[in-house]
Design a protein around this ligand. Structure first.
Ligand SMILES: [Fe+2]
Length: 206
């Protein structure tokens, strides 16, 4: 089992704070049957990570996992936020050949400036990438028409583990169930950030 969305690299964003927490989260993955995870650190205004920063962090954490005999294979990537400060990017870090995870601002769509998600989705596809839209259920500002446009443009939606269980609140839960009913999700990701997430997910994954 592969996770395509998590924040377990130590100190790179609002995910794992230090190596100890990273290792705990890696053990959590192994305990729940995961064999590989794509490390998608934020690339935002606050956390302007690059291909180099995540590749370096993944190499170091992988070395530590191998040394401790924790059987988890890490892949470097990023969660690309579509805002002018961080997008576009010259060298994209893909997973499963050509997939990349993109996200929109959670609360304030005006932060996208002139960026139009469906245009970026089409552009990525033209260039041979497969955009995966992170947790659309969490964009409470978006309309059913927005979802339809992003889906029609060719984005595969990624639901967060916990969304349908209310981890992000009732409105996000309702949206997740709506998008499940539409059949537009292609990936389930943990978006695992810290031990609090892991404890909640323990109540779901039994
Ligand atoms: Fe994320």
């Amino acid at each position: 089992m592969i996770d395509c969305h998590c924040h377990i690299l130590p100190g790179l964003d609002d995910g794992a704070a230090d190596l100890e927490e990273s290792l705990d989260l890696c053990r959590w993955f192994v305990r729940h049957g995961y064999t590989e995870v794509v490390c998608t650190s934020h690339r935002t205004r606050l956390y302007p990570n690059t291909a180099e920063t995540v590749e370096d962090a993944v190499a170091k954490l992988q070395q530590e996992l191998d040394r401790l005999g924790i059987a988890l294979r890490l892949h470097p990537s990023l969660e690309y936020r579509l805002i002018p400060e961080t997008w576009p990017v010259d060298r994209l870090l893909t997973w499963q050949d050509n997939h990349i995870l993109v996200e929109l601002p959670i609360n304030k769509p005006e932060k996208m400036g002139g960026i139009i998600p469906e245009d970026e989705i089409r552009l990525l596809l033209e260039k041979g990438f497969q955009p995966v839209l992170a947790h659309p259920e969490r964009y409470l500002w978006s309309s059913p028409g927005d979802y339809e446009r992003w889906h029609e443009a060719g984005a595969i939606f990624q639901r967060n583990l916990g969304s349908t269980e209310g981890f992000y609140g009732a409105p996000a839960r309702e949206r997740a169930l709506y998008l499940v009913s539409k059949g537009w999700y292609g990936f389930l990701g943990t978006d695992l950030h810290n031990r609090r997430y892991a404890e909640f997910f323990d109540t779901i994954l039994r």
